[in-house]
Design a protein around this ligand. Structure first.
Ligand SMILES: [Zn+2]
Length: 276
């Protein structure tokens, strides 16, 4: 979900399909909405001189989009050799089975139910395809199965829905947990501080060229919202719906159902920490 207008490092203009870094090309899926911003970003990753590519998040089950991803890879002189998922939400993963059919690839994800083939993904593990190296970074919180992929050669990280290119994301309670999410943001911050990551390639919205600024903004935003929720409870707003109406009054009402899930995650966090 989105409840802020701008992020550090955000470029002007709309999201478009095309190259984002030396090794990453975006194919924008035609599924825009209040929850998916401009649509899902399907990422094609490859070493410049390699004939093999990795696709992250094929996106919704939309035959034209899935074929467009294959065609885009082919037009770059690449064959898709592996499919990865950042998490299981349908706007990222629903088309994975059909995409695997079209490309003859395995699908690797944290959740075994989403995999096709024998191999999963685990924390800290490196994936190598045609000389391209990706490192698996566990970033639970938006969902329990959320992963990010560190692309060291481009000083970039693919964040799925953990960090978006515009606004902020939701913690999808009860699967998503706020404590996990804050830990994940700190893990991403350490990638920017200790590993030189500069660019966020998000699951929705534009590429962010100030990765550290974006993560710091997310951490600050979460702290602000948490304090607002705590105050709302202290002032007698008891149910999640009451807290949303009070704290998210500045946010478009179409986003309130998503906000309510985030508020439930925040109430759980506050109560687990003895704060309410
Ligand atoms: Zn999601």
């Amino acid at each position: 979900m989105t409840d802020a207008a701008a992020l550090p490092g955000q470029p002007r203009g709309a999201v478009v399909s095309g190259p984002a870094t030396e090794r990453a090309v975006n194919v924008l899926a035609p599924n825009p909405s209040v929850m998916t911003l401009d649509g899902t970003n399907t990422w094609i990753l490859s070493e410049p001189d390699s004939p093999l590519a990795v696709v992250v998040d094929p996106g919704p089950l939309d035959e034209a989009h899935l074929r467009h991803v294959v065609d885009t890879a082919e037009s770059l002189g690449k064959r898709v050799a592996l499919t990865l998922l950042t998490h299981g939400h349908p706007d990222h993963a629903e088309g994975a089975g059909r995409f695997a059919e079209l490309t003859g690839t395995a699908v690797r994800a944290l959740d075994p139910a989403l995999r096709l083939g024998d191999e999963g993904l685990s924390a800290g593990r490196a994936i190598e395809v045609g000389g391209l190296e990706l490192r698996v970074v566990p970033t639970p919180g938006h969902t329990a199965d959320s992963l990010s992929f560190h692309l060291p050669a481009d000083r970039a990280v693919l964040t799925g829905d953990t960090v978006l290119g515009r606004g902020t994301t939701m913690v999808a309670h009860p699967d998503g947990r706020l404590g996990d999410y804050l830990d994940s943001l700190r893990r991403l911050r350490s990638l920017t501080v200790d590993d030189g990551v500069r660019t966020v390639l998000p699951g929705h919205g534009p590429v962010l060229e100030d990765a550290q600024g974006a993560v710091e903004y997310y951490l600050a935003h979460r702290a602000t919202r948490l304090a607002q929720v705590e105050t709302a409870v202290e002032n007698g707003h008891r149910t999640a719906a009451e807290v949303v109406a009070h704290v998210y009054a500045d946010v478009d009402r179409s986003l309130w159902p998503a906000a309510e899930l985030s508020v439930r995650a925040q109430l759980e966090y506050l109560s687990e920490h003895g704060l309410i």
